[in-house]
Design a protein around this ligand. Sequence first.
Ligand SMILES: C[S@@+](CC[C@H](N)C(=O)[O-])C[C@H]1O[C@@H](n2cnc3c(N)ncnc32)[C@H](O)[C@@H]1O
Length: 82
Amino acid sequence: MQLFQGDCLSVLPTLPEKSVDLIVTDPPYFRVKSNDWDNQWENESEFLTWCELVLFEMTRVLKPNGSLYWFAGPYMAAKRRT
Ligand SMILES: C[S@@+](CC[C@H](N)C(=O)[O-])C[C@H]1O[C@@H](n2cnc3c(N)ncnc32)[C@H](O)[C@@H]1O
């Protein structure tokens, strides 16, 4: 097992494609918590764009039969970028 620490958008691109069995992630929810990490985007659209970038990399590294569990706040969970 390997352990990485860093920005997911820096670390994920270093992993080979179709190499990961399982992703369980609890990313920022967008303006649910007062912490800086949950308030780093100007608006919903920016946050959803970031989610798309992360998901692009996650789906790239997942094996075809891999699984992804993404925790989300109830308000943003069903949102899509407009
Ligand atoms: C909802 S919290 C996770 C809390 C964790 N499940 C726990 O119980 O401590 C979201 C986490 O994502 C981290 N984070 C925010 N942006 C990130 C990024 N670009 N790459 C990696 N982690 C990030 C934050 O530092 C924060 O710790």
